[in-house]
Design a protein around this ligand. Structure first.
Ligand code: ADP
Length: 443
């Protein structure tokens, strides 16, 4: 401002000195004319700058620079330009922050919706649109209760009690479950958070089913053992010794069954939680021979068990104990689900791509197609009676699945009821070795 006054006063002094000089040299009239012309020029220039300034003010394009005026306008416009630059910088900052917030809200795995005091939708992110079946452009300003009509949601929103989230079926995707939580904030506004908990719910159901299954599996042999012990206690003197012995043997069988179940549960839990065990190059010849011997022992001559190895068996990089348990499990299933007189064939060969293929074929009872995708679920059995009779726990194929996953191997099942089954395991080429390493060979 001081600069402005200095310039104005400076100009007046120059004008007065000019007039005084004109008076001194007896040329007052020309001096007056020149002074008038200078004043007129100044006024016209002011008018011109005002018009430019007005045009700038009315301009709608945001990047338009403040005009660089002349004379005293120059100083005013420079000040205005500085202020405008600061404001523009501020706007840029705000815009980029807003954009970052928008991106963050788009990337959020949960839905978020802001509603006003009157429960009108003010803002929502794409996840909330997806979860609640809303449209961010169409539904803004609409009452949320008009769009989400589930009675449980209305009751929750109206209750004002938001310490616990509400779990309800998704209004848009049948079979999916949502969890909604209202968080009050600001001036009577509310934030509605939405989360898809379908997977969590499934896990919770699986956990409950698992506990129920284990309890059921344990209860049956325990009840049987308890019954035998009671009978023995009541009639120890009266029962013929051979009958007492048979009760004891049956109780023993049930305890063995429980033992097997606990062993399988521990194996499964170790496979799920422990870090993978030390791997080594397993000599496949040795391992296949051991499995064939065990399979024949289980069959006790009731089946024809054969082992076919095409080409050199080589080695397989694996955890020897887990591999033996998984492949042995498939072989023992073939015996257990094949009536006496049947055939069980174990095969192994290195495929043209270098991968390893192990298969077990039987001509046993077979499996109907609808059961095949569920065979590796814990406690899933097609024929519960036969599984129990043959000492099954319902966990064998679940263990096989985990072991194969650890070895990046796949399981394929082909089966036909009454004809037989083939369980095929494929190991990736990076796990097979042409020659087993003698020092590390195992099985
Ligand atoms: P289990 O201990 O009951 O044998 P598994 O997990 O090993 O449990 O197998 C699951 C179910 O798959 C078995 O109960 C049986 O019904 C079916 N199954 C497995 N292998 C065979 C097979 N080779 N032939 C027919 N059914 C089989």
């Amino acid at each position: 401002m001081r600069e402005f006054w200095i310039r104005a006063v400076g100009r007046c002094i120059v004008l007065l000195l000019g007039l005084l000089f004109g008076y001194a040299v007896n040329a007052l009239v020309p001096a007056l004319v020149i002074a008038c012309l200078v004043l007129l020029f100044g006024s016209l220039r002011d008018q011109y700058e005002i018009v430019r300034f007005d045009r700038w003010l009315s301009s709608t394009s945001e990047g338009e620079e403040v005009p660089d005026g002349a004379g005293q306008w120059e100083f005013l416009f420079a000040k205005l330009a500085r202020r405008e630059r600061t404001a523009r910088q501020l706007r840029e900052d705000l815009r980029s922050r807003l954009e970052r917030m928008r991106e963050a809200s788009r990337a959020m795995p949960d839905g978020a919706l802001i509603m006003s005091r009157d429960e009108l939708i003010e803002w929502l992110n794409p996840k909330a649109e997806e979860h609640l079946g809303l449209d961010g452009r169409r539904d803004l300003g609409m009452p949320v209760l008009n769009l989400l009509r589930q009675p449980e949601f209305s009751a929750y929103l109206e209750s004002g009690e938001y310490s616990e989230p509400l779990t309800m079926p998704s209004p848009r995707h049948p079979g999916r479950t949502l969890q909604l939580l209202v968080v009050p904030f600001g001036d009577d506004q509310r934030l509605l958070l939405t989360r898809d908990v379908t997977q969590l719910e499934k896990l919770e159901t699986m956990r409950r089913d698992f506990v129920a299954n284990v309890s059921h599996e344990m209860k049956t042999p325990l009840t049987v053992i308890h019954g035998f012990l009671e009978t023995l206690e009541d009639g120890l003197q009266d029962l013929p010794p051979e009958q007492s012995l048979s009760f004891i043997r049956m109780a023993q069988q049930q305890s063995i069954r429980m033992q097997r179940l606990v062993d399988d549960l521990l194996t499964l839990s170790a496979l799920e939680t422990d870090t993978p065990a030390q791997e080594e190059v397993v000599d496949m010849r040795n391992l296949l021979d051991v499995i064939a011997v065990e399979t024949r022992a289980l069959s006790s001559g009731r089946h024809t068990v054969s082992l076919q190895v095409d080409g050199a068996p080589g080695g397989l990089l694996a955890c020897a104990r887990d591999l033996r348990s998984a492949l042995g499990n498939l072989a023992s299933n073939a015996v257990r689900y094949t009536p006496d007189g049947g055939r069980v064939t174990l095969r192994w060969h290195i495929e043209p791509d270098g991968g390893g293929m192990f298969s077990v074929s039987d001509n046993g009872i077979g499996i109907a197609a609808q059961h095949i995708p569920r065979l590796t679920e814990r406690f899933y059995r097609v024929d519960r009676g036969r599984s129990r009779e043959t000492g099954g726990t319902g966990l064998g194929l679940a263990i096989v699945k985990h072991v194969l996953e650890r070895h990046q191997a796949t399981l394929h099942v082909e089966s036909q009821p009454g004809v037989g089954s083939t369980f095929t395991v494929r190991f990736p080429p990076l796990r097979t070795r042409r020659q087993p390493e003698p020092a590390l060979a195992g099985g």
